[in-house]
Design a protein around this ligand. Structure first.
Ligand code: F6P
Length: 254
């Protein structure tokens, strides 16, 4: 029976890889929407992959969110040396325990690594964005963040994330109108993976991510199925770690 379960998941992984056109997929059992403990398994599985790809001298970027927080929390001790952990984007505005800064510091502690904090708001006006980006101290940190060769990122449902970030109702209406379903890195994507809305945030952009050695996406739950599919198309991560709930729902739709 155990073999049956394992085989079942291997099939899911293979199918999901094919449907989303990804290189590697891991599916943990269960559904995080039904059982919050599954988040720990998502975190552990992504952390194990991170351990495999991590090399001495790497700069590792992390986004915010509860799922990436679980990756840091479940990181096995490994000390390849000379690692720098950075937040992928300025994320002040979210709850402190789920901010990229907090997660970067937590992960760094487990890797006995250095970390960098980037205290800029999650959402900026065009004007503030330009003037902040021109500040030497901020420009220097941005430069370091862009050295990242590995990123671990979360995925959210577009409208849920817009609410979590307290976007004004008129902007949420724009997202709905444009068919936004998924969010990652401050970009909102429609079901085909097209960018339909972008937040002015200082940090990694899609262009920075495309050249990285390892882009690791981690997100689960049936409710995130559409979001995961949209972001997978747009970002094409090297590794997607998800759960059975999301995997089965994605496969039912495609
Ligand atoms: O806000 C950071 C972020 O990684 C978003 O890009 C993503 O949509 C969200 O967090 C995921 O959060 P959670 O794992 O808590 O659902």
């Amino acid at each position: 029976e155990v073999m049956g379960i394992l085989d079942g998941r291997a099939d899911l992984e293979r199918e999901l890889r094919r449907v989303l056109g990804l290189r590697a997929v891991r599916v943990v059992s269960g559904d995080v929407d039904e059982n919050p403990e599954v988040k720990g398994d998502l975190g552990f599985t992504a952390a194990r992959f991170l351990r495999e790809v991590l090399r001495r001298g790497d700069v590792v970027a992390v986004t915010g969110g509860t799922t990436v927080a679980a990756v840091a929390a479940r990181m096995p001790p490994v000390h390849p040396g000379n690692i720098l952990v950075v937040p992928a984007r300025g994320g002040v505005g979210e709850r402190v325990e789920y901010q990229a800064n907090t997660i970067a510091a937590d992960l760094a502690e487990r890797l006995r690594a250095e970390y960098l904090l980037f205290h800029v708001p999650d959402r900026l006006s065009e004007e503030a964005y330009r003037s902040l980006a021109g500040e030497p101290q901020i420009a220097e940190k941005l430069h370091l963040i862009r050295q990242a060769s590995i990123v671990v990122h979360g995925i959210g449902q577009a409208i849920a994330m817009a609410r979590r970030r307290r976007l004004p109702p008129e902007e949420i209406a724009v997202l709905e109108e444009r068919g936004a379903v998924g969010e990652a890195f401050g970009y909102y994507f429609d079901q085909d993976g097209r960018i339909v809305y972008q937040q002015h945030t200082l940090g990694l952009g899609l262009g920075d991510i495309s050249g990285m050695r390892a882009v690791i996406a981690v997100a689960g739950g049936r409710g995130k199925a559409g979001a995961i599919a949209a972001v997978a198309k747009a970002v094409a991560p090297h590794m997607l770690v998800t759960d059975e709930g999301a995997a089965r729902e994605i496969l039912a739709r495609y």
